[in-house]
Design a binder for this molecule. Structure first.
Ligand SMILES: [Zn+2]
Length: 113
């Protein structure tokens, strides 16, 4: 389950910004997960709960924002929505699509005190 190492990465980001901005408690974490990032939201929640135990984020609420997958279709010459990596263009069925968004995960915001 690679969500475990991703969750550890998120905690690392939280702890780094805690040092920089000197806060001691994290109330909410907004995590943006692209539809094409290959991250299972439920697994992510589970792993997050596990890794934040005994950290400054142990009571933090995890808010997950799922961002849609976007790709550029060469054939249609426009941005289309795709559900999965290597999906065909939903408009013309062409496989000449290049993913342009929704393929990453990032910490969007932290609510701290
Ligand atoms: Zn197309």
């Amino acid at each position: 389950m690679h969500e475990m190492s991703l969750a550890e990465g998120v905690l690392q980001i939280i702890e780094d910004s805690a040092k920089e901005q000197s806060f001691s408690r994290v109330k909410t974490v907004w995590l943006e997960i692209g539809q094409l990032a290959g991250v299972e939201v439920e697994a992510m929640r589970f792993c997050f709960d596990a890794v934040v135990r005994d950290s400054i984020a142990q009571d933090a609420k995890l808010e997950i924002i799922e961002t849609p997958g976007q790709a550029w279709c060469l054939h249609c010459a426009e941005v289309v929505h795709v559900q999965a990596l290597f999906d065909a263009c939903p408009k013309c069925g062409s496989y000449q699509v290049q993913v342009t968004g929704g393929n990453e995960m990032r910490v969007k915001e932290l609510d701290v005190e």
